[in-house]
Ligand binder design. Structure first.
Ligand SMILES: Nc1ncnc2c1ncn2[C@@H]1O[C@H](COP(=O)(O)OP(=O)(O)OP(=O)(O)O)[C@@H](O)[C@H]1O
Length: 361
């Protein structure tokens, strides 16, 4: 495997306040590959911002090592131990290659869109004409050419975030850190900004670290996910692994917010068919990932076992080009046959969760 573009190892960040010690990040290691859109999900206070601020040393860790693009930015084995630290001058230069965008855009309100983006080029070696061309190119990239001379107060939230993205890209960064960048936006604008980030990832090869409390955002564009709680990463994996087989309760909660399957189960549980489930019926949830979707499994249940499947709800999503499905189904037939049908489904990598009935299985 190639070298990760970002390697954080054994990172601890401890804040000392008067009488309190806050362990904001506890022994976290994360490796992010070039071209990843790496989602870090967690509730407020989980330590996400503190962790990503470590990448460009806006937050110096108490201990651990920070390596970006094969260059050690920081290394300290313990709080008291010897520290290796990149020089201040080098850090300033390297930071320009790590763009950041935030929830509240952080634009200069007295400056126009063009001036806001140009500001990011103040230390650039480009000539004035090159800077002007660069800013024009960036505004075209984020689709804001017609707003170039407007002020932030004249823009919508989504447009302001586009200015912030153009500014973050001014020095051709290889990494973009997005800290809750869509949290203040409505769902439609959120999707437009996420689509723009995805485009930048694909077209520019930009590595994106996406911190958010919204699993929906992660689901739209991330290929990898880490879930943070109390300063620790409690679960991580590819987007598909996390969505298909979450193990931690918190991960399941986040996924639920992005799929609403629990809500569907609750609603459907009140339907007469489920309320008045017969003794030979069982209400199940079938979950599957990938090719299984294409197989006529449901028809096979009747053909092979004489078990009928009444589909009450279905949700199939495409995550990273792979179908991920959930079906809420009432199966009915002889207990033995239903049992065989369920084990056949399991053989085909369909996870079967009995939600109601089935005491005779
Ligand atoms: N400079 C600081 N001094 C003291 N405590 C801090 C500091 N920065 C963060 N913390 C604390 O560290 C913990 C993690 O905060 P952090 O902002 O990283 O969480 P988060 O997951 O990003 O949440 P949010 O989305 O609310 O920012 C919190 O308890 C926070 O109060």
């Amino acid at each position: 495997m190639s070298q990760p573009i970002i390697a954080l190892d054994n990172i601890n960040v401890t804040f000392h306040q008067k009488k309190r010690t806050i362990n904001a990040v506890k022994n976290v290691s994360v490796h992010i590959e070039r071209g990843d859109v790496y989602g870090i999900v967690g509730y407020s206070g989980a330590g996400k911002s503190t962790l990503v601020r470590v990448i460009n040393l806006l937050q110096e860790p108490t201990s651990g090592s920070v390596v970006v693009n094969d260059e050690t930015f920081f290394k300290a084995d313990t709080e008291a131990g010897a520290k290796t630290h990149i020089s201040a001058k080098d850090l300033r230069n390297r930071r320009r290659k790590i763009g950041m965008i935030f929830q509240h855009f952080n634009l200069l309100n007295e400056r126009t869109v063009t001036e806001n983006v140009t500001f990011a080029l103040q230390h650039s070696s480009l000539s004035q004409a090159q800077k002007e061309a660069k800013v024009k190119e960036l505004l075209a990239l984020v689709d804001l050419t017609d707003r170039a001379e407007q002020y932030p107060s004249q823009l919508s939230g989504g447009q302001k975030q586009r200015v912030a993205i153009a500014r973050a890209l001014a020095n051709d960064p290889e990494i973009l850190i997005s800290d809750e960048a869509t949290s203040a936006l409505d769902p439609k604008t959120t999707n437009q900004i996420l689509a723009l980030l995805k485009k930048l990832n694909v077209e520019l090869g930009l590595t994106i670290v996406l911190i958010t409390h919204e699993m929906q955002a992660v689901k739209e564009i991330a290929n990898k996910v880490a879930v943070m709680q109390n300063g620790e990463i409690i679960e991580r994996g590819s987007l598909l692994e996390i969505f298909a087989q979450p193990t931690e309760q918190l991960t399941k909660e986040f996924i639920e917010t992005a799929t609403n399957i629990d809500k569907a189960i609750e609603t459907i549980s009140f339907q007469p068919l489920v309320q008045n489930l017969k003794s030979d019926e069982v209400f199940v949830r079938l979950s599957y990932v990938g090719d299984t979707t294409d197989e006529p499994l449901i028809t096979g249940l009747f053909r092979d076992f004489n078990v009928t499947a009444n589909i009450l709800y279905g949700n199939i999503e495409i995550l990273q080009d792979t179908p991920v499905g959930s079906l809420l189904v009432v199966l009915s037939g002889h207990a033995e046959q239903v049992k065989s049908a369920i084990s056949t489904l399991a053989d085909h990598h369909v996870e079967v969760e009995v939600l109601k009935g089935g005491s005779t299985l």
